[in-house]
Design a protein around this ligand. Structure first.
Ligand code: MIC
Ligand code: SF4
Length: 643
């Protein structure tokens, strides 16, 4: 039996386990990336584990999320990351150099290699045939130290692309169609592999838009073949030396297969508040809009920007619309300036932002009250934009530009012939904002600078023999990490300060939660299905740990979040019977006899609701390694103990 692309890369990097879907496997990681909102924690953990020098082929620390700097906090964190990176052998991408995934694709990604990043959109690298996976900062720190990265061996879902995209239909519409078909849980436990003749008509940046948003399917990763277009992209970046061809074996076997016909695809939009709530733009035509934001790691490539510039050239943004544009990297920004396209954007009335995440993570540009915002981003979760009653629609750059000019939703395919925009034969290469680390000798002299906002990381404790706690919060299905630990300008500055951050925990769902959790000394949380989807932020586990949360019971969990819970010693358990969810109420007293014993070796435990006497069977789907981590009270203790 032959191998698929992901299976080939996994096979080449397998350290432990059997390549059987559902089994735990350990992988050797070639490259890592961090960004500044998760990076401080990752490097604090690297230091706590006593790792002097990273052992990966390449590790890069990016500054792209927290760039508003309304106070000293972000700037202090940047300085910490800059100095700690220098000392420990990590390259440092300075603020102003661009969004981690865009820059990594341009300058470092390599087909056939493995990459983990403390950001859920790390699979963007799949656009270049690399196996990129999002992970918690602690897992990234372990990988930087040369440690193994553990995942569940994914099943492989083949997405067969046929035909060719028509005028004004973009890569974003392809991934929105996949999200429409499969939903936000459709990729859980899987790698999405793209195949078929349609692949040959998609450039690397277009492929990267698709692999980027595979995160919204809950997929472990997404990947395209490495072919002549990959080579052309690498050559245009002056990096053809890292090219290796990569395609599935002819007899490769897939677990599921779906087809998307590019020729019949129409512009799509993900409606509030979920990336899988997809409708045709034509069905929304004429709806008044207030804001348009173009950029983010999904759609900020040179191709995207040139398309938008060509559509805006000589025109003016509608007076009722505020349009922001953030190019993805310094490379894109500079090239736009040099070719004159930047002038077209400015003169049309676009508000040009720096090349960073910006509005995508609620760092500025929040819409007006109940505003309708069209964004080329990847997430439209409730309140993520910074305005709780805003309605955010995710669309392609083509739909975004057409609608920005009209002031209403416009299906761009009604505009006739699209402007011709080609991928440049060569990109402007200038890595002057990437700082190389100190040599091992010089590193001894490098002083790591820590600002007063950096507070110690909470550390878990071994679980109690019997768990007696209150069900302190009950939430529904598809709870995102943006619900658990919101972001935005008011919260993000405290990513290194867990006590302060705890004041915002779950406030999107229940504004009293932090106070209640503090007063009661924690408890357990009950969630629905796909609990913890979205971002890789380990703060969504660290902060609940700080607030005394001992366990989370849910119908099911999202991959990165469940790993983060275990890393911080919070026990994830699933309801054996989903109907039991209705038998448990917030405020009930909960008792689990033999809690620690169950973690030691049982597949099952029984939760007793002391208020109504309900006996609820729970499943503990844990590997031996995960049990040991939980028994130690989390990964940091576990690593210390195993030295
Ligand atoms: C996001 O898109 O939600 C983020 C912000 O990039 C996160 C990381 C974070 O919370 O810092 C992600 O996707 O992992
Ligand atoms: Fe940044 Fe948004 Fe991409 Fe997250 S999804 S890395 S916040 S641009």
């Amino acid at each position: 039996m032959g191998y698929t692309i992901a299976q080939k890369i996994i096979k080449n990097h397998l350290v432990s386990g059997e390549m059987k879907a559902g089994a735990e496997i350990g992988l050797r990681i070639d490259q890592t990336l961090t960004q500044d909102a998760t990076g401080t924690m990752a490097y604090l953990q690297l230091e706590a584990m006593g790792i002097d020098r990273v052992k990966t082929e390449l590790s890069v620390a990016y500054i792209d999320h927290n760039t508003i700097q309304a106070g000293f906090e972000n700037a202090d964190d940047h300085r910490y990351i800059q100095t700690v990176a220098k000392k420990h052998g990590v390259r440092f991408s300075r603020p102003g150099n661009g969004i981690c995934h865009q820059v990594h694709l341009e300058r470092f990604g390599a087909p056939g290699k493995t990459l983990i990043g403390s950001d859920s959109h790390t699979p963007t690298a799949g656009g270049i045939g690399m196996l990129g996976m999002g992970a918690g900062g602690l897992d990234v720190a372990v990988a930087m130290g040369g440690g193994t990265y553990y995942i569940t061996m994914p099943k492989i879902i083949k997405i067969n692309l046929t035909g060719r995209l028509g005028d004004y239909v973009g890569a974003k519409d392809i991934i929105l169609e996949v999200l429409r078909m499969l939903g936000v849980k459709g990729g859980v436990g899987a790698v999405m592999e793209y195949a078929g003749e349609g692949v040959r008509s998609l450039s690397v940046p277009q492929r990267a838009t698709i692999t980027n948003m595979g995160a919204e399917l809950g997929a472990t990763s997404s990947i395209f073949p490495s072919d002549e277009l990959t080579l052309a992209f690498l050559r245009a970046q002056g990096r053809e030396d890292v090219f290796v061809p990569l395609c599935p074996d002819p007899d490769a076997v897939y677990d599921e297969e779906y087809t998307v016909d590019l020729s019949s695809l129409k512009p799509l939009a993900a409606c509030p508040h979920s990336p899988d709530n997809v409708k045709a733009v034509s069905d929304l035509s004429g709806m008044k809009i207030n804001q348009v934001c173009i950029g983010s790691c999904t759609n900020s490539s040179m191709l995207d920007m040139l398309t938008v510039a060509a559509m805006l050239k000589g025109k003016t943004v509608h007076p009722d619309v505020s349009l922001s544009i953030s190019p993805g990297s310094k490379q894109v920004y500079t090239m736009l300036a040099e070719c004159g396209a930047l002038a077209d954007l400015i003169s049309a009335g676009a508000r040009i932002l720096e090349c960073a995440c910006g509005p995508c993570i609620g760092m500025g540009f929040s819409p007006k009250s109940a505003g309708i915002s069209l964004r080329t981003f990847n997430r439209n979760f409730l309140a993520r934009s910074g305005t709780k009653d805003a309605e955010v629609y995710l669309v392609s750059p083509e739909t975004a530009a057409a609608s920005a000019l009209a002031g209403v939703f416009v299906d761009p395919t009604t505009l006739g012939k699209a402007p011709e925009v080609a991928m440049p034969d060569s990109f402007l290469v200038n890595d002057n904002l990437i700082e190389l680390p100190a040599t091992e000798e010089e590193a001894k002299e490098v002083v790591v600078e820590r600002g007063p906002n950096i507070k110690p990381i909470p550390v878990g404790a071994a679980p109690a023999e019997n768990l007696a706690a209150e069900l302190i919060l009950k939430v529904g299905d598809n709870i995102t990490t943006d619900h658990i630990m919101p972001a935005g300008t008011k919260v993000l500055p405290y990513r290194s300060n867990v006590p302060k951050l705890s004041e915002f925990c779950f406030t999107v769902c229940d504004k009293d939660f932090p106070e209640r959790a503090k007063a009661k000394g924690g408890g357990i949380i009950l969630g629905g299905s796909n609990y913890g989807q979205g971002s890789s932020r380990e703060h969504a586990a660290l902060v609940p740990l700080y607030l005394g949360i001992k366990a989370v019971v849910a119908k099911s969990f999202a991959r990165i979040h469940v790993a983060n819970l275990i890393n911080f010693g919070i026990v994830p358990m699933t309801l054996e019977c989903e109907e039991d969810y209705d038998r448990l109420a917030e405020g009930d007293r909960i008792y689990i006899e033999g809690f620690a014993e169950a973690i030691r070796g049982a597949e099952r435990a029984t939760l007793v609701d002391e208020n109504n006497g309900a006996r609820v069977p729970l499943k503990l789907s844990l590997t031996e390694r995960q049990r040991q981590i939980l028994l130690a009270g989390g990964m940091l203790n576990y690593t210390k103990n195993s030295r």
